[in-house]
Design a protein around this ligand. Sequence first.
Ligand code: IMP
Length: 445
Amino acid sequence: MMTPSATAVVGLQWGDEGKGKIVDLLAADHDVIVRYNGGANAGHTVVIDGDRYALHLLPSGILSPDRVCVVGNGVVVDPQQLLIEIKSLRERGREVQPHQLLVSDRSHVVMPYHKEHDGALETVLARAADHGDENLSIGTTRRGIGPTYADKVHRSLAIRMGDLLDKAVLRRRLDIVCAIRSRELEALGVDAPPLDAAALATEYHALGEQLAPYITDTVYALHDAVRAGKRLLFEGANACLLDIDHGTFPYVTSSNCSTLGIPPGTGLPGSVIAETVGIVKAYGTRVGEGPFPTEDLGASGERIRERGHEYGTTTGRPRRCGWLDLVAVRYSAMVCGCTSLAVMLLDVLSGFETLKLCTGYRLSDGTVTDRFFPDARKLAMVEPIWETMPGWAEEIDSITSEDQLPAAARDYLDRIADFVGCPVQIASVGPDRVQTIRMTEAVGA
Ligand code: IMP
């Protein structure tokens, strides 16, 4: 029997809610920080003492000394990117020691041909749409995420981190993989010489050697940690509405980014989780294609984008912006089993005379529902039902306690908690660690 003691942190919208900051804060109360899904498509920005760290693969907890960070078997690892992040931390005086970072030998490797395939397929599909076909492009980050997970599910052509350590095994596999992938890339219109298995084997074996001190069986390491009474913190990448099974399919990513991905992505049973913190941005954003019922294409959306610096950490793309969709958030909180909420970027809403919240959907036949549709085609047909609340004029990015919150901001948090049925325990009013209000009396409790 395992006593539940772990915490999970998960985004409840379409990503970029500010999970990195909360993981970084909670890391102080935990011993082991674990990523269970996704890859370098995720982007966490953490600001410490005014210093900005942009991480894609390393768990945000890596910035807290004396914490062990685990990249679980459910993650897809781009070894080049991982080494870039380790090196950039080293250059800023934060050496990543082998005991500080454990990378699963079973996590799958993002190879260059995965990235090429991702980009080429997106281009072909977007071009087809330009010629009048249905737009089937997803608007991916082009980081090779989908093709790598596809190889995992296909099995035969997959390469796992452990495979990088045996050059002969890697070479034999790549001989076959490169022959097949070269033909596929050519069919997708990639104008490049055929993939060179020998060169790739040499390059990726060398990357594996550099990462070898970190590569291990993380499943045993995690079970050992739990048995030793260590507190685990699961850091979800991407977000619940991008979950391959429970998000707005097909405009999702290729992993289970809800908390339901924790057991398969780590080898731990879900029963270890005691608390799940749902991260909610105070408004809505989305990157890439797919329905976004509360999107605001006018001045309010533009104002949110500029005040919130809503440009992608990973791709630099401007994010689509709009109002908070409580129907969607309540659905995600249900799927993820949230026990509390952290509301992020509340400061961005200062200065709006009124705020809009979506509390239901009107369907094309006129009926009304407060249930979410995790299916892009159905969600694209809904019209939001709005509730409006008074805004607040004051800037709130320098306040430090909940009693300094304007009454309207407090009411806004209350409404979120009431609708979602989950207390708000943290309100964030800026990127820095100090710009965090811990609600002593959880709103909605
Ligand atoms: P992929 O994960 O690169 O395949 O992209 C699939 C979809 O998920 C695209 O719409 C991306 O913009 C979106 N996406 C993936 N990761 C994130 C994230 O961390 N934040 C926001 N959107 C993401």
